[in-house]
Design a protein around this ligand. Structure first.
Ligand SMILES: Cc1ncc(COP(=O)(O)O)c(C=O)c1O
Length: 384
């Protein structure tokens, strides 16, 4: 079923899905096959080889396109595989303007892999989109941003970036992993490509690693599909099925992530031992107005520092939480706590991190959907 007029909650359950034609199974089967029989060369049912197409993946791609209000989606074996595919649109000599607060793995693939192929990356503060203008030259091809950013929850004005991208004929890529399509649809704000680590909120249960790209333009989709098929970083059908199952509850999970997030952000802000709390739902967040304009809620991701601003104090909290498990990743139903400086963002040089506000004592929370009182009690006994 694919009805563009359906609201998100309906699309999450039904978009792209129809009962299995052979059995009527309501749930999309896992087509665990590597190839498809042809009646004669070229005479097939739309599927030739599973690196190129798989019916479980097709259904997921159609569902993802629908929930991001896009025309096309492509799935990958991880969020990084999706990032890799987009970067392969570039050629030696090209330049990219990138938000300076972003997932450490994205920083790593740009600086340690693609920089070797002669592509130049400018990491800049995008809190004011106009900063982008100073870095555009004849070689610039792409603007790359996350919003909210990982881990400092900065907000970037997608529509303002899109206007600059359009003016200079650049591609605007928005990593929408933190917000998920429940809170924000970057294509509606003028982005060209939306990227997801579906490992996070889309999958939602910390049981799959998966990535996706969603776009409107057919020519761009064709180029990315060519890269997907040529380079082969495709997800298996079981992983596609897990994401397909995950997205059916995205709206109810996200609603609770937002409610719990607000309670915990306010609790932390009033705690005498807590220093700064980074959460885009605070009215005094520097870009709260932009967040209100482009998002439908503020989510369950946040970071904070301790007034006793040193590594040992932070480590002490990380060791003591019980419901908040110390782990990489985010966006699952269970609450996670992390230390960006040594974990998710360990690949960013220290001076670079500190310059951008990612201090050694920063603690990141992915607030899950447990009872908020229990989560607060856990933080209370850990922070002391
Ligand atoms: C914002 C963001 N983008 C991309 C990725 C990479 O995704 P994956 O781990 O699925 O490769 C991550 C992973 O943490 C992330 O947080």
């Amino acid at each position: 079923m694919n009805n563009k007029n359906h609201k998100l909650a309906t699309k999450l359950i039904h978009a792209g899905i129809s009962p299995d034609p052979t059995t009527g199974a309501i749930m999309t089967p896992i087509y665990q096959t590597s190839t498809y029989v042809q009646a004669a060369p070229g005479d097939h049912k739309g599927y030739e080889y599973a690196r190129t197409q798989n019916p479980t993946r097709t259904v997921l791609q159609n569902a993802l396109a629908a929930i991001e209000n896009g025309n096309h989606a492509l799935c990958f074996g991880s969020g990084m595989a999706a990032t890799d595919a987009v970067a392969k649109l570039l050629a030696p000599g090209d330049e990219v303007i990138v938000a300076n607060d972003l997932y450490g793995g994205t920083y790593r693939i740009f600086t340690k892999m693609f920089a070797n192929y002669g592509i130049k990356f400018h990491f800049i503060d995008m809190a004011d989109a106009n900063n982008i203008r100073g870095y555009i030259n004849g070689n610039t091809k792409m603007i790359w941003t996350e919003t909210p950013t990982n881990p400092l929850l900065n907000i970037v004005d997608i529509a303002a970036c899109a206007a600059i991208a359009k003016e200079h004929k650049l591609l605007l890529v928005v990593d929408n992993t933190f917000a998920s399509p429940y809170l924000q649809n970057p294509l509606d704000q003028g982005a060209d490509i939306v990227l997801h680590s579906a490992t996070k909120y889309l999958g939602g249960h910390s049981d799959v690693v998966h990535g996706a790209l969603i776009m409107n333009d057919a020519a761009l989709e064709e180029k990315l599909r060519f890269i997907q098929n040529s380079c082969g970083a495709v997800p298996g059908p079981h992983d596609c099925w897990l994401v397909l199952r995950g997205i059916k509850t995205l709206h109810v999970r996200m609603q609770r992530h937002c409610e719990n997030g607000e309670k915990i952000a306010n609790y932390l802000r009033n705690h005498p031992k807590v220093g700064k709390v980074y959460w885009c739902g605070f009215a005094d967040h520097p870009n709260h107005d932009v967040a209100k304009k482009q998002m439908r809620g503020f989510g369950g991701m946040m970071s904070f520092t301790l007034k006793d601003d040193n590594m040992d104090a932070a480590m002490n909290v990380l060791k003591k939480t019980e419901l908040f498990s110390l782990a990489e990743s985010l966006g699952g139903v269970e609450s996670l706590i992390g230390h960006p400086a040594s974990m998710t963002h360990g690949s960013i040089p220290r001076e670079e991190r500190i310059k951008n506000g990612l201090v050694d004592s920063l603690i990141r929370l992915s607030v899950g959907i447990e009872d908020a009182d229990d989560l607060i009690a856990d933080l209370e006994q850990a922070i002391g």
